[in-house]
Design a protein around this ligand. Structure first.
Ligand code: BG6
Ligand code: MG
Length: 216
C-alpha cells in the first residue's frame, strides 16, 4: 500500500502561528506579564487548554476555574478577530502545490491538527476539499505530544501508522508523530525540530518522490 500523508495545519499549511502568538501575548499582557516569541515555541502544536496552563506557569500566575475558562474564550475571540480576513494568500509557500501533487501521486491525505478552528480555516483558505480525513481538536482528547491525533488520522484513512508521513512545524507535533511510530518531515528550523527524520524550511521545491526516496 502507498504511504499516506498527514499534515499539521497551523504553521505548516497556513501562516496562523503568528496570530496564535499575538492572541496569547495579548492575554498574557492583560494578566500582567509578558510572553516572548521564544516562549511561544513551546506552545506550537499544543492544545488551547494546555497552552494556557503553560503560559500561566511561565507568568507565575494562578486563575480560578471560571477565570481560566474566561481566558480561553478571550484568547480565542482575539484569535478569530485576527484571522477574520484570512484567505488563500496566507497559505504557506508551496504548501497548496505540494498537497495537490501528493493527491495526484495517488496518496491519501489527512489533516492532524490540535486546532478547534481547523475546518473554518481550511474553508477560508479554500483547501477543505483537499483532505480525505480531518482530525482536529474537536475529535481528540489528548494534546500533542500524545500521538492520538495522528493515530486517529491513520485510522480514518485506513492505513497503518508505519505507512504515514507526517509534516509538522512544532516540537510537540514532531514528538507526537514519533510517539505514533510514524515518519516525520519537519517544516522549519533544523535546530528546533531535531527529532524529525529530516527538516525542510518550507514546501518550496519539495517533491513527494524525493520525500518517499528519503524513507525507502
Ligand atoms: C495548534 C497551534 O495547531 O492548535 C496551537 O499550533 C494552538 O498554537 C492549537 O493553540 C489549538 O488551536 P485552537 O485554534 O483550537 O485554539
Ligand atoms: Mg503547527
Amino acid at each position: 500500500m502507498k504511504p499516506a500523508c498527514i499534515f499539521d495545519l497551523d504553521g505548516v499549511i497556513v501562516d496562523t502561528a503568528k496570530y496564535h502568538y499575538l492572541a496569547w501575548k495579548r492575554l498574557a499582557n492583560s494578566l500582567g506579564f509578558d510572553f516572548t516569541e521564544h516562549d511561544n515555541e513551546q506552545l506550537k502544536g499544543v492544545s488551547r487548554i494546555e497552552s494556557l496552563k503553560l503560559i500561566l506557569r511561565l507568568g507565575g500566575k494562578q486563575l480560578s476555574e471560571l477565570e481560566f475558562d474566561a481566558a480561553l474564550i478571550r484568547k480565542n475571540g482575539w484569535y478569530l478577530e485576527y484571522i477574520q480576513q484570512i484567505g488563500p494568500g496566507e497559505i504557506l509557500p508551496g504548501a497548496a502545490e505540494f498537497l495537490r501533487s501528493v493527491r495526484e501521486y495517488g496518496m491519501r491525505v489527512a489533516l492532524g491538527s490540535a486546532s478547534k478552528n481547523a475546518v473554518l480555516i481550511l474553508e477560508r483558505i479554500q483547501l477543505l476539499d483537499q483532505f480525505d480525513a480531518i482530525v482536529d481538536g474537536n475529535k481528540v482528547s489528548k494534546a500533542k505530544p500524545d500521538p492520538e491525533v495522528f493515530l486517529k488520522a491513520a485510522e480514518e484513512l485506513g492505513v497503518q501508522a508505519e505507512d504515514c508521513i507526517v509534516f509538522e512545524d512544532a516540537v510537540a507535533g514532531v514528538q507526537a508523530a514519533r510517539n505514533a511510530a510514524m515518519k516525520v518531515v519537519g517544516i522549519g528550523s533544523e535546530a528546533v525540530l531535531q527529532q524529525a527524520h529530516f527538516v525542510v524550511p518550507n514546501f518550496m521545491g519539495l517533491r513527494i518522490e524525493n520525500v518517499l526516496a528519503r524513507f525507502s
